[in-house]
Design a protein around this ligand. Structure first.
Ligand code: ZN
Length: 306
């Protein structure tokens, strides 16, 4: 079934698990995300970035996800990832997104708050949930770029959440977008997160949280990829973040690596094959495996029956 973010996240915050947000831009990855969540009876958030919308077409990607979600027995959220202005948010809501992120974190506090409030007003009137962001992540995600991160200030986060009335808040505690997250030892500012969680009672969101596991990177590289010097967030830090108030975790890079690895393996083992269905299916199978691993780590398995 299709639900909104606010139908599933408060329970996660209350009970101490996190729901996975997985990015998609095509049919196969969407199918894989929902299939893995179904197998584990977990709620799931399917995320679409502005670049994914440019790639697939707004109506096409929205209808694809909605139709797969509606015929599923688990709760599926159709969520806009990193919407940058009111216009894109409005367009998404109008074609049936049940949740939107307005990322005004590139703006000064006051303007971010003003933009978020405008989005919340429009969205809530239409029964759509809103995720906002305060603080800056380093790295590059689809259409979002920042050279250096700025940790979220707990006091600002409290004021922001109180005034904006958003349903979830993304915070910056040391993760970054992409596959190159840490130069030295991976480290998250759990101390800052604890302080934020004390002050902000709505669900908190961790972006840039792929694991970039060497198991998957080596698998892709074995079949010809050259993915080097990458680093992700280790499992123990993810668990620590969930324990301290994170209830939504965004994953994109892990799915990209798995999809690529699967396709590479298939093509290299079956050079005579040119049926796109067989080729993409192998990528799809690997995405199912990755999503399953992430959901098990996040603790949301079994929480998707309503
Ligand atoms: Zn993000």
């Amino acid at each position: 079934m299709i639900v909104k973010l606010n139908d599933i996240l408060p329970a996660a915050r209350k009970k101490g698990y996190a729901v996975g947000h997985f990015n998609t831009s095509n049919l196969e990855i969407t199918q894989a995300i929902i299939k893995a969540a179904e197998e584990l009876t977990s709620p799931v958030i399917v995320g679409v970035s502005e670049k994914a919308i440019i790639y697939a077409g707004l109506v096409t990607i929205a209808k694809t996800i909605r139709s797969l979600g509606q015929s599923s027995k688990i709760p599926v959220v159709l969520h806009l990832d990193h919407g940058r202005d009111f216009d894109i948010v409005r367009k998404c809501i109008d074609v049936g997104f049940t949740s939107v992120m307005i990322d005004g974190s590139y703006l000064p506090f006051k303007e971010n708050l003003k933009l978020t409030k405008r989005v919340v007003k429009y969205a809530h009137k239409r029964n759509v949930s809103v995720e906002a962001e305060i603080g800056r992540l380093a790295g590059i995600e689809d259409g979002v770029e920042s050279a250096s991160g700025i940790y979220t200030d707990p006091e600002e986060a409290e004021r922001f959440a109180d005034e904006a009335h958003c349903d979830a808040l993304a915070v910056a505690i040391g993760t970054s977008h992409g596959a190159y997250k840490f130069k030295g030892k991976p480290r998250l500012r759990i101390d800052i997160l604890k302080e934020i969680a004390k002050r902000v009672k709505i669900p908190l969101v961790l972006h840039g949280a792929s694991g970039v596991k060497s198991k998957w990177v080596n698998y892709a590289n074995k079949y010809g990829a050259k993915i080097e010097n990458v680093s992700g967030v280790p499992d123990h830090l993810i668990k620590e973040a969930i324990k301290n108030g994170i209830s939504k975790i965004n994953v994109d890079t892990d799915l990209r690596i798995a999809f690529t690895a699967g396709i590479r393996e298939f093509l290299s083992k079956n050079p005579e094959e040119f049926d796109p269905r067989k080729i993409l299916n192998h990528g799809r199978q690997m995405v199912i495996k990755t999503v399953r691993e992430r959901i098990l780590l996040f603790g949301s398995a079994g929480k998707g029956s309503y």
